[in-house]
Design a protein around this ligand. Sequence first.
Ligand code: 13P
Ligand code: SF4
Length: 304
Amino acid sequence: SSPAQTLVERIAALKEERGAVILAHNYQIPTVQEVADLVGDSLELAQAAAKVDADVIVFCGVDFMAETAAILSPEKTVVLPAADACCPMAEMVVPGEVRVLRERFPKAAVVAYVNTSAEVKAESDICCTSANAVAVVESLAAEQVIFLPDRNLGRYVARFTEKEILPWDGYCIVHDRMTTGDVEEARRAHPDAEVLVHPECRPEVIDRADRVFSTSGMVRHACASPCREFVIGTEAGLLHQLKKQCPEKVFFPLSSRAVCVNMKKTDLAKVLAALERCEPRVTVPEDTAARARTAIRRMLDLPR
Ligand code: 13P
Ligand code: SF4
């Protein structure tokens, strides 16, 4: 068998032995997506982490996702195969800044995108993902909402609510670099395609797109849509799931530069090493975890 097959077989055997489950984000490299028990968007992965029956969760994604799993399932061993896989946007807001905002806007509720540290979640009232941000904001009693850290998602939510949204100035370096020029070029090259973008894109890009979805939302929409061709305005890794779930359709990336280097740090060798050693382990101190858990649970407990 090829070296890659050997790795896949060893991962499968060790996963069984350890009672482990492998969760992978839609942006992971195809070989990693293929060994995962579940591939999904941030919301689906958080839901799975909360209810999965396993001793070990191998989280193929970036650190805030593994932290969320560790917060929700403190009794499980959560490992992040690529210890240095982080989300630069999550580092754009720190807990002290949230406390300052609370003092300035005492009536406002604080919504933390899951792309934040456990410490920032602990300072927040409720979490959200790209799949439920509008519903989360609408569920709040407060009329004013501090939205952390993504300014683009915050402004996107503001389109659908009467509430006053105060967005923080963070952004995703991958989605924020997509331009209206990219959309115009894609429309010229693929005039029959539907243009789907992620809400982390800039407002002017969203204005020129046909539909806006989370990563898994794009997959569900593409499979259900009568349209045959799609331009995909999100990270390149999603193309693997799109082609796999809707093989009869055609997908073009909106931008050739839409690659999140942190999402590409995980490979099969690291997944195997993580299973062998149950390292690098992700843990969150219980005082922080307890407060962050309240914010995440409030999101997960919303009616779907
Ligand atoms: P989704 O929750 O839509 O998968 O997005 C996660 C992410 O990191 C977007 O860049
Ligand atoms: Fe963070 Fe953007 Fe990478 Fe998602 S794509 S993990 S938001 S940097």
